[in-house]
Design a protein around this ligand. Structure first.
Ligand SMILES: C[S@@+](CC[C@H](N)C(=O)[O-])C[C@H]1O[C@@H](n2cnc3c(N)ncnc32)[C@H](O)[C@@H]1O
Length: 223
């Protein structure tokens, strides 16, 4: 599935003001990111394996914020019909090079309006924490509409209150982005309000002393 055909004009001013800086930042770190970020370990992998098993027979899956595509690659290996989009053209270049049989497009998740009931699954895997609260709620609502009955929305994000400004990342490269921290209860409420009751809620401690705890949450569209 090509996502360049289903993007529409952005509607959320709050997000649009930040997109250029986030895109430029991920373009700048992409080459380092490919070398520095890999397999996230067994607890995160187990969530992806469970997701793959549950969505494989429901319909196509969109990895929205796919980076260099390792998650899409894992799902593809498990027999999932997966495609990816990312805001950063350089990330998409890496994804296409590393996974030539998977379709990847450059797009912001905030611009996507997939057809109603067209997808078996959507991933916001460590990529939606740049979305402020109102925008995240809107994106979850849009993606919920796109899911078929039995479809799943899987989110991995940073837990906490408030937001963090990052100025250097992934090998001390200058970046300019905001990480919005979310409480699990807030994400659960957004999923439930969108008609996706929470089916899995995994909390992981920070991976390093300066980090924040991780939240992995899956909302399921009732059959
Ligand atoms: C920390 S990386 C995670 C990438 C990948 N999901 C992974 O687990 O390796 C965050 C990714 O989200 C992308 N991203 C940020 N905001 C986005 C948006 N509005 N739409 C699509 N992708 C976005 C960035 O370009 C970057 O590739």
């Amino acid at each position: 599935m090509s996502w360049s055909a289903v993007t529409v004009a952005p509607v959320h001013d709050e997000m649009v003001s930040d997109l250029d800086a986030v895109r430029a930042s991920y373009d700048a770190v992409a080459d380092n990111y490919v070398d520095m970020v890999g397999d996230p370990g067994p607890w995160q992998r187990v969530a992806l394996e469970a997701f793959a098993e549950q969505v494989r027979d429901v319909g196509p899956v969109l990895d929205a914020g796919c980076g260099p595509g390792w998650v899409a690659g894992l799902l593809h290996e498990r027999g999932v019909d997966v495609s990816g989009v990312d805001l950063s053209p350089r990330m998409v270049e890496h994804a296409r090079r590393r996974h030539p049989s998977i379709p990847f497009d450059v797009a912001s998740v905030t611009d996507l309006r997939p057809a109603a009931a067209s997808l078996g699954g959507v991933l916001g895997w460590w990529s939606w924490f740049h979305l402020p609260r109102g925008v995240l709620r809107e994106v979850i609502g849009t993606m919920a509409v796109s899911l078929r009955p039995g479809g799943r929305l899987l989110i991995a994000t940073h837990c906490g209150n408030g937001e963090l400004r990052r100025a250097r990342c992934y090998g001390d490269v200058p970046v300019d982005w905001t990480t919005h921290l979310y409480q699990p209860e807030d994400v659960a409420a957004m999923l439930t309000d969108a008609g996706l009751p929470v089916a899995a809620d995994i909390r992981l401690p920070p991976a390093h002393p300066a980090g924040s705890p991780a939240l992995i949450m899956c909302g399921d569209k009732p059959r």
